[in-house]
Design a protein. Structure first.
Length: 125
């Protein structure tokens, strides 16, 4: 497999983030949930308004995994008060790592995890 590129998501990428978020979530969870529950979650978690608020949050970072300029997965990191669980200033939370099913087993998730480690080291977390 050719090189997968990891790039930070910008506000101008918001629609692409919404698409990859919805698609990867559906692929991962639709078999074990009702269509109604999936749609409710997708509408809430991946609304443009919510994603814009998250991307503008200085304590939240998103990264795309791209293959031939196609987004094939993403990473969402939180630190400080934006964490959903621990809320420790010396921690970085991986809230999401999602990859398209076609790329399962191809180390894309590992590349995104490695990016999370890199960011954590930069933040001395």
């Amino acid at each position: 497999m050719k090189k997968v590129e990891i790039t930070q998501v910008k506000k101008s990428d918001i629609e692409q983030l919404q698409l990859i978020g919805k698609q990867t979530f559906q692929e991962a969870f639709s078999a074990k949930n009702s269509e109604e529950d999936i749609q409710k979650y997708l509408n809430e978690a991946f609304s443009i308004k919510k994603l814009i608020n998250e991307i503008q949050d200085k304590n939240t970072l998103f990264y795309f995994a791209k293959f031939h300029n196609e987004v094939i997965g993403y990473l969402k990191l939180n630190h400080g008060k934006s964490q959903t669980e621990l809320k420790d200033e010396k921690a970085v939370e991986i809230e999401r790592i999602y990859v398209l099913k076609d790329f399962y087993g191809k180390q894309v998730g590992q590349l995104l995890f490695n990016k999370a480690i890199e960011i954590s080291l930069q933040k001395k977390a």
